[in-house]
Design a protein around this ligand. Structure first.
Ligand SMILES: [Zn+2]
Length: 273
């Protein structure tokens, strides 16, 4: 009888710990990395008819996420080579963004004691140069990207990615580690296969990392679609989709290029848990 009771107690304890492990995702750390800073020459390029001729500072973030099954890097920012250019990278169109890279991605990983070979997955929101600049710093990491983005022909019909890079071409939402802790959300519009990332942290709670589904808060609040976007209707639908995800998951929206928002975030080596 005593033995039986102990058996039940053990079984209940195991059930209890399994239930609590399930309630908390296995994501335990998120670092915000500085992957670029810039000045947009004319922000009406992103919000047609609004703020014409007004310039605005942009941030460019990468996010390094630790899950019990490994590290995932979300976006890789501007190419590290730009850090060595004294005047940064000037755009050919003066209305676009003049980018600088105050710190390399490689040096920020090094400061955290993380080697590029430690990164299991590199997931990118889309294939613009301010997001994929350092994908080849991680030649062994599996690239997680929407098939529609991967197959979108680049300038002169070239491939946007190194065909030798290991890749998982996704068609729609994807649960990266299988426990709901890190979810890629398909948000096409800015580009054909744009995606955003939902991350569930134990203390901070749920976050949606926008990619370029919106570029800054004013555009998000007013659902403005940049004239440079690939598909206006899909962009609008994707913003509505993200709004639904935010409500359902009680999530915060972190907008990648919003400098004012980034100025309020903790940057690496501090982290969110
Ligand atoms: Zn961008």
């Amino acid at each position: 009888m005593i033995k039986f009771t102990a058996g039940i107690a053990t079984a209940l304890a195991i059930l209890g710990s399994a239930a609590s492990a399930e309630a908390q995702s296995a994501v335990d750390k998120l670092y915000v990395l500085n992957c670029g800073e810039g000045v947009a020459g004319d922000i009406s390029r992103w919000s047609p008819g609004v703020n014409v001729g007004k310039s605005m500072e942009f941030a460019d973030n990468c996010y390094l996420i630790h899950h019990a099954q490994g590290w995932l890097l979300w976006d890789t920012g501007l190419a590290d080579a730009i850090a060595a250019m004294p005047d940064g990278e000037r755009p050919s169109d003066p209305r676009a963004t003049h980018w600088r890279r105050p710190q390399t991605l490689a040096s920020q990983l090094d400061q955290l004691g993380i080697k590029p070979s430690d990164i299991k997955y590199v997931a990118v929101s889309h294939s613009h140069p301010d997001h994929i600049g350092n994908v080849e710093l991680f030649p062994q990491a599996t690239l997680l990207i929407q098939k529609a983005e991967y197959e979108w022909p680049g300038p002169n019909n070239t491939s946007r990615f190194n065909p030798a890079h290991p890749v998982s071409k996704l068609e729609g939402d994807h649960d990266v580690f299988g426990d709901g802790g890190v979810m890629l959300i398909s948000t096409p519009g800015h580009t054909p296969g744009h995606q955003s990332l939902l991350v569930k942290l134990p203390k901070t709670g749920a976050l949606v990392l926008s990619g370029d589904a919106a570029h800054f808060k004013e555009n998000w609040d007013n659902r403005l679609v940049p004239s440079i976007n690939f598909d206006k209707e899909k962009t609008a639908a994707s913003m509505e989709r993200l709004a639904d995800v935010l409500t359902k998951e009680k999530a915060q929206l972190w907008i990648n290029h919003d400098k004012a928002q980034r100025d309020r975030l903790k940057l690496a080596p501090e982290y969110y848990d």
